[in-house]
Design a protein around this ligand. Structure first.
Ligand SMILES: C[S@@+](CC[C@H](N)C(=O)[O-])C[C@H]1O[C@@H](n2cnc3c(N)ncnc32)[C@H](O)[C@@H]1O
Ligand code: SF4
Length: 459
């Protein structure tokens, strides 16, 4: 019996449910923000308002540069080989860190630091050293702070690892996507298994306790066999966490996606077939599914926080550091503070002009309404706990959710009939099939969802 039969998914159902839906790294999603909520001055004022709160912080630093463009990429990147671009950018990051730390650093310690990109190790080891020394001087870190970084193995060397280790980085996240040679060649991404394992070994012997690996299923030119053999190779790397992302194709946003012929992208049915087989392989090899696209080993904090219902989701994806205020630095960075979102400019010239003028480069944001907060809680429960206990939320937020249940009733009844959810005792529980399509279940409670916005397909 094929995996799709086991999940009682027919071709018609896959076509019906493989629709576009947000990945909900925020709610409301970025296109629905009330953009005027934050100017740089508003953001600075807002930081002043929250500076006395004694909770620890999570910091995110975006380093957008990459030496070459992987043709599948949907990240906020700038392709460059000019070293002065990095050094100039570093000087702006430091100005921004200084402005924010002047307000927040007296009262608020850092519990989590994450460097994302782009490719943060596009910075030279000396530039990283400079950045870490600066940030360690400006902010106080908790002793057990999680420090993590995204790397591409081919541009990361042992000197990078040494610097990261000097600053007690403990989690490394490695992009792999697919080891199949022809897929890599066609997509302008070159990375051997040998390079990858060598870097992972070097990180582990330098004190990194956590190793994440990113994979993408449904990539252009990907085959079922090729991805299965990638998964077999991944087992040898023994990552404690694996992100298995669904390929997001956005030719209307990324010019480089336009050049990918549609007939080399696996169909929805083939994509789901690849995902279900890979998922089963991971489960058979002691990995646990966390949320809809992550896997971890059993003792891992990601798995325990999923089980004890403290897992959260933000712009970095699934996070074990529940509810921390997230302050982002850098071009395009998105902060999530209290019940607000704020985003930096995505135009490098504007980013630098604003930093020179204000110390921060916020150009838009959103202050959540009470309704947003309620719906976000439900949506995040669906994606992070695979269950919503309405009674619990009603008590916690002191509201009645009857109006929402009435609004959602028609779609939930349909999803229940088709085996995605079970409605019981004022709770909504997702079945295994529902977990895979969790984004669709979540979208039932999205007040802003409209066809105008472009999201990726759910499988
Ligand atoms: C910033 S990159 C990771 C670090 C490094 N730049 C690299 O590629 O190895 C973050 C991850 O986003 C995922 N990603 C990029 N483009 C994607 C797409 N079109 N669809 C789904 N996932 C994508 C990849 O798994 C990638 O590893
Ligand atoms: S290296 Fe990573 S961020 Fe850079 S283009 Fe490739 S996938 Fe995108």
């Amino acid at each position: 019996m094929s995996k799709m039969q086991e999940f009682q998914l027919t071709s018609e159902e896959i076509e019906k449910y493989n629709i576009r839906a947000p990945r909900y790294t925020s709610y409301p999603t970025v296109p629905n923000w009330n953009k005027d909520d934050f100017t740089p001055t508003d953001y600075l004022k807002f930081l002043e308002e929250i500076k006395e709160i004694n909770d620890p912080l999570s910091l995110y630093i975006h380093i957008p540069f990459c030496a070459r463009r992987c043709l599948f990429c949907a990240c906020n990147t700038i392709i460059t080989s000019r070293p002065e671009r990095s050094s100039n950018y570093l000087s702006y990051l430091k100005k921004e860190i200084l402005a924010v730390s002047n307000i927040l650093a007296d009262n608020r310690k850092v519990m989590q630091l994450h460097l994302g990109g782009g490719t943060p190790t596009h910075f030279t080891p000396e530039e990283l050293d400079d950045l870490f020394s600066f940030i360690s001087d400006k902010f106080q870190f908790e002793n057990n702070a999680e420090k993590s970084i995204e790397v591409h193995p081919t541009v990361t060397n042992n000197r990078h690892i040494d610097v990261l280790s000097d600053y007690n980085f403990n989690r490394i996240s490695m992009g792999v996507q697919d080891f199949t040679k022809v897929v890599q060649e066609k997509l302008n991404r070159y990375q051997t298994y040998e390079e990858t394992i060598e870097l992972i070994n070097s990180a582990r012997s330098n004190g990194f306790e956590g190793v994440n690996v990113d994979l993408i299923y449904g990539l252009p030119y990907q085959t079922f066999e090729g991805f299965m053999s990638t998964i077999d190779q991944i087992f040898n790397l023994k990552p404690d966490r694996i992100a298995m992302y669904s390929y997001a194709h956005f030719p209307q946003i990324y010019r480089h996606h336009k050049g990918i012929p549609l007939d080399v992208i696996p169909s929805g049915e083939n994509k789901l077939d690849i995902f279900l087989a890979a998922r089963q392989k991971l489960l058979d090899n002691s990995y646990k599914q966390v949320g809809f696209d992550h896997f971890s080993v059993e003792g891992d904090e990601l798995w325990t926080s999923f089980q004890n219902q403290t897992l959260r989701r933000n712009f970095m994806g699934y996070s074990t550091k529940a509810g921390l205020d997230l302050v982002a630095f850098g071009w395009s960075g998105i902060s999530e503070l209290r019940n607000s979102y704020a985003q930096n400019s995505k135009n490098m010239e504007e980013y630098q002009l604003l930093i020179d003028k204000f110390g921060v480069a916020t150009i838009k944001g959103h202050k959540m309404t009470k309704e947003d907060i309620i719906r976000k809680e439900i949506i995040m429960n669906i994606l992070c706990q695979i269950e919503v206990d309405f009674t619990k939320i009603e008590k916690k937020m002191d509201v009645s959710l009857d109006y929402l249940k009435i609004e959602a009733n028609k779609r939930l009844t349909e999803l229940e009939k088709e085996g995605f959810v079970i409605n019981h005792d004022n709770k909504l529980s997702l079945t295994q099939k529902g977990q895979i399509f969790a984004r669709i279940v979540a979208s039932v409670f999205d007040e802003y969802l409209s066809n105008e916005h472009k999201f990726s397909t759910v499988v």
